[in-house]
Design a protein around this ligand. Structure first.
Ligand SMILES: Cc1ncc(COP(=O)(O)O)c(C=O)c1O
Length: 372
């Protein structure tokens, strides 16, 4: 059985041609706040490591170098309150999008299996579930799937894209307990964990699914996915990893070895350097924080409402008059600002405004919104 046909699943950004044309026709030019694609230069500490590892005649290790696996375990202990992670329970991935897309199939799921994903979500969860031939179930309510023996996997995404909402320890524990009861695997996509803005997350950190307060110290049936794309401005490197249940990681590593799903050696070296340096992450966070403050104030001054958005790289924007997300996105587009209407994520009442643009473009967006 091959990957299932996705030809009837529209690629999200292909479906906003109308507002893209409107935004593009603005005399001041287009400001693209529709995608979370980093624009700041890759930090020197990361680039130097990539360059130093550029002599790479041999095949890299699918499982990751010992130095990289060690750096991931140390990062979990230092940054995520997850002590004692076994470096063998780590697997680098070629960015996290391929992982999100392939994981249901790599976990041997298929027709008849149900995979839960967040009610309003990054579209690749559904693409990957459908590619495996499994059935997606969009819900944030554990009661919708607790006790069901056809549910084999549960995606959680905290901080969430597009909503910016964070799941606390208790909410994660409820998911873990319900999944354990039916033998389902919980996979937690935590790629915005270093970008928390509001209390308590900004000071205390965003809880990981592997946090002992969530899982009692056992990682059985649990996987955390993390990406360096945003925290280190290296989306172009394709650098991410998975960690957690050692048996699942061993099985996934074996399959990925056979298939050649390997992170290039220079990227593994760059990841090791990035995960060992907290300074550039703090600086990047400051940069996004300043953009967020400026944009958020302008959005609110323009009479719009920001929901969620406690963490992550987006403002999740609604209108007090209940206008649809597409109408709000059109309003932005008339000012030359392209945003991502919520229907791309399964919500008709918001548009998503990304913080990933240069300071100059954000300042331009703020002045266009202020004129509004
Ligand atoms: C929730 C979520 N998961 C995964 C990704 C993929 O990131 P990458 O493939 O750059 O690691 C993104 C990118 O925006 C995302 O928002």
């Amino acid at each position: 059985m091959g990957l299932h046909d996705l030809s009837d699943l529209p690629y999200p950004w292909d479906s906003i041609a109308g507002i893209t044309a409107t935004a593009r026709s603005h005399p001041g030019g287009l400001i693209d706040l529709s995608m979370g694609t980093p624009v700041d230069p890759t930090p020197d500490v990361v680039r130097r490591a990539l360059e130093a590892a550029s002599n790479a005649p041999g095949y890299p290790m699918t499982a990751g170098t010992p130095a990289l696996r060690q750096a991931v375990a140390a990062w979990f202990a230092r940054r995520r309150d997850v002590p004692g992670l076994d470096p063998a329970a780590v697997l680098p991935t070629i960015g996290s999008k391929e992982l999100v897309g392939l994981l249901p199939a790599l976990l041997h799921l298929g027709p008849g299996d149900v995979v839960v994903h967040p009610g309003v979500a990054y579209p690749t969860y559904v693409a990957g579930i459908r590619a495996a031939g499994a059935t997606p179930l969009a819900t944030d309510d554990v009661a919708d799937w607790a006790g069901r023996d056809d549910v084999k996997m549960v995606w959680v995404n905290s901080p969430g894209n597009p909503t910016g909402r964070v799941l606390d320890v208790e909410a994660l524990r409820v998911v873990v307990d319900a999944a354990h009861a039916i033998g389902a695997v919980v996979v937690s996509d935590e790629c915005y964990a270093e970008l928390a803005w509001e209390a308590p997350w900004a000071d205390d950190g965003v809880p990981s699914i592997l946090d002992p307060r969530v899982c009692g110290g056992s990682h059985e049936g649990l996987l955390a996915a993390y990406s360096l794309s945003k925290q280190s401005s290296i989306a172009g490197y394709r650098a991410a990893f998975l960690a957690g249940d050692g048996a699942l990681i061993a099985d996934l590593t074996q399959t990925r070895k056979h298939l050649g799903l390997i992170v290039p050696a220079p990227v593994q070296a760059a990841m090791t350097a990035a995960l060992s340096d907290d300074e550039h992450v703090a600086a990047q966070r400051e940069t996004y924080g300043a953009r967020r403050r400026a944009l958020a104030a302008a959005v609110v001054d323009a009479g719009l409402v920001i929901d969620g958005s406690e963490a992550g790289l987006y403002l999740w924007v609604a209108a007090p008059d209940g206008r649809s997300g597409l109408r709000i996105a059109e309003w932005f587009a008339e000012r030359g600002i392209l945003t991502a209407p919520g229907h791309l994520y399964g919500d008709d009442t918001h548009t998503r405004v990304a913080l990933t643009s240069t300071d100059a473009q954000i300042a331009d967006a703020v002045s266009r919104l202020t004129e509004a």
